[in-house]
Design a binder for this molecule. Structure first.
Ligand code: CTP
Length: 392
């Protein structure tokens, strides 16, 4: 992660704790960062490091953030250079927790995390999985790439990052492409990478929303700070989205669910010799999740209406333009917003950039020129916010 920051042009100072130096020595940190490293406020006293570091930083990332560091930070204790820096910092702070599940779930840690978040710090959700010992559960340090992405997102939004305009909102995002199994090893699938859905989940979490991400066959690591439900088929996706949508203020269907599935799924691997099964695959239609949600005019907790966002990849033809087809789809599926990709030039899969037109129910559109998927995601959330504001 240190390399990712310095290689992308950031000036990084490492502030280890005494405990951290037991794992990785100061010499390694100095070699990697190209700067002297100290854990004590008594090192380099004339430059008053513990004040200067915090004052000059644009971002402080605490990774791994132990239960102890977060407890100190929440209570303003400052007995080493890291905690002193946290007290003097006026920039955004990102904590990437790592500890045993019991410590993460302890009421003391829960309260400390709540205190830090209430003060504007970004405390990522730890990953779930194998911990230092034989145990496993939530408490694992999020993947370095995830911490880096979250930190860059906070930096990119600058002061706005502290302005968590989606706080108190619960949102559901679906991502990826479903698989419809013929037998235990074969499936019908599609090439959706899930990148746009993950960008939507990440940006919503960065803006303070409570995010559930329903991910269909996405190979990327779980975005930090997001509840992830992993599914394979359209039926599983549908169940997970409907369950999460009940208490949601917005549902964004960025996933590519298969419209059809094999009529039957063989319990055993289909053998070549059972020719009839291989030459003809009978299909049956899957439910249209977006249309179901659109027709059930949901109301989230309280009186706020649920905002529904669909995605559509369209081409123009002899009968209608891309946007005419898209307007018809928006109305047919009962969405509030439809994010339209023009794929007349051929669909692009797995790209990091996207360009789109966001159509609003009742007229109006927002054009987003080719830009990173995170940038499009922010515009989608801006439009969702406008829908909520129009309601109130
Ligand atoms: N979608 C869904 N359930 C499905 C299929 C699609 O919820 N079974 C959602 C996608 O997540 C996306 C939007 O519907 O938000 C995309 O619709 P699209 O596949 O373009 O719509 P179709 O109904 O297949 O339209 P077309 O007539 O163009 O095939």
């Amino acid at each position: 992660m240190l390399r990712q920051f310095s290689e992308s042009g950031h000036d990084v100072t490492v502030v280890p704790t005494e405990a951290a130096l037991r794992f990785v020595g100061a010499a390694t940190w100095e070699a990697l960062s190209g700067k002297p490293v100290s854990s004590s406020v008594f090192a380099d006293v004339p430059s008053v490091q513990h004040v200067r570091l915090g004052q000059q930083a644009d971002l402080v990332v605490v990774a791994p953030a132990t239960a102890n560091v977060m407890a100190n930070a929440a209570h303003g204790l400052s007995d080493d250079l890291l905690t002193a820096t946290l007290l003097t910092a006026r920039c955004p702070v990102v904590f990437a927790p790592a500890m045993h599940t019991e410590m993460w779930e302890h009421p003391a840690t829960r309260e400390n995390v709540a205190t830090l978040r209430a003060r504007g710090a970004v405390v990522l959700e730890p990953a779930s999985g194998r911990l230092t010992g034989a145990d496993s559960g939530p408490g694992r340090l999020p993947e370095a790439a995830e911490i880096f992405a979250a930190a860059v997102e906070v930096l990119r939004r600058g002061a706005a990052a502290q302005h968590t305009d989606l706080a108190g909102r619960s949102v559901v995002v679906s991502a990826g492409g479903t698989r419809e199994f013929l037998d235990p090893v074969r499936y019908l699938g599609n090439r959706s990478s899930g990148k746009q859905g993950y960008a939507l989940a990440r940006t919503a979490a960065a803006r303070g929303a409570d995010v559930t991400l329903v991910a269909a066959n996405v190979t990327m690591p779980d975005p930090a700070g997001v509840k992830v439900v992993r599914v394979e088929s359209t039926t599983e996706l549908r169940d997970a989205v409907h369950a999460a949508a009940r208490s949601a203020d917005a549902v964004v269907m960025a996933a590519a669910p298969a419209d059809f599935r094999p009529l039957s799924r063989s319990q055993y691997k289909i053998k070549k010799r059972t020719e009839t099964q291989l030459t003809t695959v009978e299909l049956t239609e899957n439910p249209d999740i977006l249309a179901e949600l659109g027709s059930s005019s949901g109301t989230a907790g309280g009186s706020r209406r649920r905002v529904l966002v669909g995605f559509a990849a369209e081409t123009g033809d002899d009968e209608a333009t891309v946007l005419e087809h898209a307007r018809e789809k928006l109305a047919r599926k009962g969405c509030d917003l439809l994010v339209v990709n023009d794929v007349s030039g051929g669909a692009v899969f797995g790209a990091d950039d996207n360009e789109a037109v966001i159509l609003r129910r009742g007229g109006g559109e927002v054009r987003v020129d080719r830009s990173p998927k995170a940038a499009l995601a922010h515009v989608v959330w801006d439009c969702v916010l406008q829908c909520w504001d129009a309601e109130s």
